[in-house]
Design a protein. Structure first.
Lengths: 162, 335
C-alpha cells in the first residue's frame, strides 16, 4: 500500500496531473497491480477450482486498489479482506434476473418502483446499501467507468496470454 | 411584460444553478473535474446540456425535461403542472386564472416571489392599468382569497414560494398535495428528487444506448442491467484468465525470464552445454524457453548464437509450438 502511495506521488510529480486522463491512470494502476498478482498466483497454483476464486479475488482487489479515490472501493476492500471469497459479482449473477419493465399507472406506484430499482442498484454497488441514494447514484457513475476499464484491461491480459 | 417575466424567470433559474454546483462537487469531485472526460461531457455537469437547469427551483428544473409530457401519461399528477412552467407557463396559470390577461400579472408576481410583495406588485400593476382597474381588482381579490385559502391549507407556503414562482406555487400546491403529504416534506423530497434526476442524467450519458430513454424507471432498468452485464463480463474474463493460467504460466515466466535472463546469458553456455548434450534427443532444456530449435543445432553453440536463437525463438514457429507442453515441467526448475 505504501509503495502504491509512493508510486502515486511519483507519478504526480513526474507528469503533469492535469494531462493524464483518469481513465489511463486507472488502467495503468490496474494492470500494474493485477499482472504481478497473477504471476504470484501462478507460482503457487494448486487446484484449478481454488484458482478461479483466487483469480477473481485478485481481480477485485486490483480493481479496489486502483480506484481508491472512490467510496465504493473502500467497501470493496472491506469485503475482500473480510472474506476470501469474492462476493461482489456473485451477487450480480444471483440477481441476474432481468428486471422487468413495469410502467406504473399510478403516481404512487411509480415512485415505489423507482425506489425499488434504486435499491436494486444499491445492491450492485459495493457498499451501496450504506450510502444514501444520491451519493450512490454518483458513485455508480465512476463504478461503471472503472468496471469498463477493468474489462478492457482484463481482455487485453487474456488476449496477451492466449 | 411576458417577455420580461420570462427573462427574469430564466435569470432566476440560472442564478439558482450556481450555489448548487459546489454541493454536487463536494460529494463527487470527479464528476465535476474536467479530467474525467468519459464520465462527463466536457467537464462539469453544467450548462452544456441543461441551459436552463435549476437546482434551487426544484419545481422547475426536472420538468423542463418532462415539459412536453408526451411520454408520461403515467406521471404523477404533482409533476404535470410543473411541466408547463418552462414554455407554456402562462397557459397553465391562465387556466387557473379566470381571466386571460391576468396571467401576465401572475408571472410578474411569481418571479418577484413572496406573497406580500406579490400583493404589492399586484397593486402597482393595478394602478398601471387604469382601464381594467375594476376587473383587475376583482381578480386580485379573488386571487388573494384563493391564495389565502391555500396559505391556510399549506402551512409553510412562504418558504416554497420564495424558491419558486409563487402564484403558480400556490395553485400547484393544490395539485401537488395529492402526491405529497405536507409542504415541508414535499419540499425536501422535491429537492432530493432533483438531485437524483440530475445524477440520473449523468448516468444516462455513461450507459451506452440510453440517450433516447426518458423516464426514471426505464433508465434505472438500463443502468442496473448494464452494471450487471459489466460485472458478469469481469467474472467471465477472470474465469477465463484462471483457465488460461496454465499456459499463462509459461508466458509470464517467459516475461520474467526475458527480463532476468538477459544478463544471465553469459552464464548459460556453460550451463547449457551439459543439459544440451544430455537432452540431445529430447527438447533441450536450456534456460531460454521457446527454443526447441536447439535440437538441430550443433552442440558447440557460442554465446552469440545462443542469443540470436534466443531471440529467434520468440518468432514461435508453429511446428515448435507442439513441443511447448513438455517444457512445462522442465522450465520451472530452470527458472
Amino acid at each position: 500500500m505504501e509503495r502504491q502511495i509512493i508510486n502515486k506521488k511519483k507519478r504526480v510529480f513526474s507528469v503533469e496531473p492535469n494531462k493524464i486522463p483518469p481513465s489511463e491512470v486507472f488502467t495503468r494502476k490496474y494492470t500494474r497491480l493485477l499482472v504481478p498478482a497473477l504471476k504470484k498466483l501462478n507460482m503457487n497454483k494448486n487446484s484449478s477450482q481454488a484458482n478461479q476464486l483466487t483469480v477473481k479475488h485478485e481481480v477485485d482487489m486490483a480493481l479496489a486498489l486502483s480506484a481508491q479515490e472512490f467510496a465504493w472501493s473502500r467497501f470493496l476492500l472491506q469485503k475482500l479482506s473480510s472474506s476470501n471469497n469474492p462476493t461482489t459479482t456473485t451477487s450480480s449473477s444471483s440477481n441476474g434476473i432481468r428486471i422487468q419493465k413495469r410502467s406504473g399507472k399510478e403516481g404512487g406506484d411509480e415512485d415505489g418502483e423507482i425506489e425499488e430499482k434504486l435499491r436494486e442498484l444499491q445492491k450492485l454497488l459495493p457498499g451501496g446499501e450504506e450510502m444514501n441514494v444520491e451519493e450512490m447514484l454518483g458513485e455508480i457513475g465512476n463504478y461503471i467507468k472503472c468496471l469498463e476499464l477493468q474489462t478492457i484491461a482484463l481482455k487485453s491480459i487474456v488476449e496477451d496470454t492466449t | 411584460m411576458g417577455g420580461e417575466s420570462n427573462n427574469e424567470g430564466e435569470m432566476g433559474l440560472n442564478h439558482g444553478h450556481d450555489p448548487s454546483m459546489p454541493l454536487y462537487a463536494k460529494t463527487d469531485p470527479y464528476f465535476s473535474s474536467s479530467d474525467w472526460d468519459p464520465v462527463v461531457n466536457g467537464g462539469g455537469f453544467s450548462s452544456s446540456h441543461y441551459p436552463s437547469v435549476v437546482m434551487d427551483n426544484p419545481g422547475m428544473s426536472c420538468f423542463t425535461h418532462y415539459q412536453t409530457g408526451s411520454g408520461y401519461p403515467d406521471m404523477p399528477a404533482s409533476l404535470l403542472p410543473f411541466g408547463d412552467c418552462g414554455g407554456g407557463g402562462g397557459e397553465s396559470v391562465g387556466r387557473l386564472m379566470r381571466a386571460g390577461e391576468s396571467h401576465d400579472q401572475v408571472l410578474d408576481d411569481g418571479v418577484l416571489g413572496s406573497s406580500p410583495s406579490r400583493k404589492r406588485r399586484q397593486a402597482e400593476a393595478e394602478s398601471q392599468r387604469n382601464k381594467k382597474a375594476v376587473e383587475e381588482y376583482q381578480e386580485d381579490t379573488q386571487r388573494g382569497s384563493d391564495q389565502n385559502q391555500k396559505k391556510h391549507k399549506d402551512g409553510q407556503n412562504k418558504e416554497s414560494s420564495q424558491s419558486e414562482e409563487a402564484p403558480k406555487e400556490n395553485y400547484i400546491h393544490m395539485r401537488a398535495r395529492r402526491g405529497q403529504a405536507t409542504n415541508s416534506h414535499s419540499l425536501a423530497e422535491r429537492v432530493r428528487r432533483e438531485k437524483i434526476s440530475e445524477r440520473m442524467r449523468l448516468l444516462q450519458e455513461l450507459v451506452p444506448g440510453c440517450n433516447k430513454i426518458t423516464g426514471k424507471a426505464v433508465m434505472l432498468d438500463e443502468i442496473i442491467n448494464y452494471v450487471q452485464s459489466l460485472q458478469q463480463q469481469v467474472e467471465f474474463l477472470s474465469m477465463k484468465l484462471a483457465t488460461v493460467n496454465p499456459e499463462v504460466n509459461i508466458d509470464i515466466d517467459r516475461i520474467i525470464a526475458k527480463d532476468l535472463l538477459q544478463p544471465r546469458d553469459r552464464n548459460t553456455p556453460t550451463l547449457g552445454l551439459s543439459p544440451f548434450t544430455s537432452f540431445h534427443g529430447t527438447i533441450p532444456n536450456i534456460s531460454t524457453t521457446a527454443n526447441p530449435q536447439y535440437n538441430s543445432l550443433p552442440q558447440t553453440t557460442l554465446e552469440s548464437e545462443l542469443q540470436s536463437l534466443y531471440q529467434m525463438g520468440f518468432v514461435s514457429n508453429s511446428s515448435t509450438m507442439s513441443s511447448f507442453s513438455p517444457n512445462n515441467g522442465r522450465l520451472k526448475p530452470e527458472l
